[in-house]
Write a protein that binds this ligand. Structure first.
Ligand SMILES: [Zn+2]
Length: 150
């Protein structure tokens, strides 16, 4: 299991922040109340990734590997859904919390895997995971008032 590493895909999830007119408004009409109404939370995806193990994700999606050696599991791909349960096209590194499918080419970290299998956006998948695993959602506080020039 040397070969291609899916590292390029890792850690690129920016916090999902919906665009709102309020954030771009430079008008001083937006007072503190307006700013707090415009508050849109983000999630600390790094905290979610660090707080959840790959095994927990595999358990949640009900994954059955066809083989395991050291930290690497091989088995059918839960994303493109390998036809054979004996397939070994999908590889998971439990320690590094990454996966890669040699057939469909999808790769990423364990949060990406959960999002892909549950067909959610990463933002929704992260919340869903925290709820299912009884973890606190690590909301990012956007300190918009400090950035406000007034
Ligand atoms: Zn696949």
């Amino acid at each position: 299991m040397k070969g291609a590493q899916p590292n390029e895909l890792l850690g690129q999830h920016m916090p999902f922040i919906p665009r709102t007119e309020e954030f771009t408004g430079s008008s001083s009409l937006f007072r503190a109340t307006a700013w707090s109404e415009a508050f849109v939370p983000g999630i600390d995806f790094r905290a979610v990734r660090e707080g959840v193990s790959m095994s927990e994700i595999l358990e949640l999606i009900g994954y059955t590997p066809s083989g395991i050696r050291d930290d690497v599991m091989r088995g059918p791909c839960p994303i493109h859904r390998s036809k054979s349960s004996k397939s070994r096209s999908f590889a998971v590194n439990l320690k590094r919390k990454v996966f890669h499918c040699f057939t469909c080419g999808v790769a990423g970290n364990h949060l990406d895997l959960y999002a892909a299998v549950s067909q959610k956006r990463v933002f929704e998948a992260a919340i869903d995971l925290c709820v299912k695993l009884h973890r606190q959602v690590p909301w990012l506080q956007l300190n918009v008032e400090r950035d406000c020039p007034h």
